[in-house]
Design a protein around this ligand. Sequence first.
Ligand SMILES: [Fe+2]
Ligand SMILES: [Fe+2]
Length: 181
Amino acid sequence: MHEMTASNLRSSYGGESMAAMRYTVWASKAGNENLPNVQRLFRATAHSEQIHAWNHFTQLANVPGNATVTAGAGFGLAKTVDHLEWAAGGEGFEIDEMYPMYILAAEAQGEKGAVNSMKKALEAEKVHLALFRKAKAAVEAGGDFEDTPIHVCDVCGFTMHGDAPDECPLCGAKKADFITF
Ligand SMILES: [Fe+2]
Ligand SMILES: [Fe+2]
């Protein structure tokens, strides 16, 4: 694998791994604030980010060794409404800045596996951003996120809200491959 794409994938792996942990902590805080549906949203998105990290990691299977990983890392513990804002900000960065440029570089280098892994993540992040914004508006209005199921594709991390799909629109995985939160 070309070094620039490998480096970008490692950074993406780092970013997704940390997002998964950050969302897991923020899920717990939402539970403490008696916002069970926001808690569920953070748990679902944490699982999605874990799948992205997993897929980026496995794309790097043939590039073994230690590496210093530099990735954007959001910190802070405040109120759930703040966590939703920070989560949306992180997703927005991945959507507008990070993945489009990493994907362009990987395409230029002919790294199809990396392109695929990052494009899958990018599409899921767009859904995450929309759900975080919706949840933030609900919490600001004094309520909780809506009580409808969130489905995460266990193969590619795609995230859907509402009815369970028959297959993943992104990777074609079957209904049974979705985890519902
Ligand atoms: Fe995300
Ligand atoms: Fe999928």
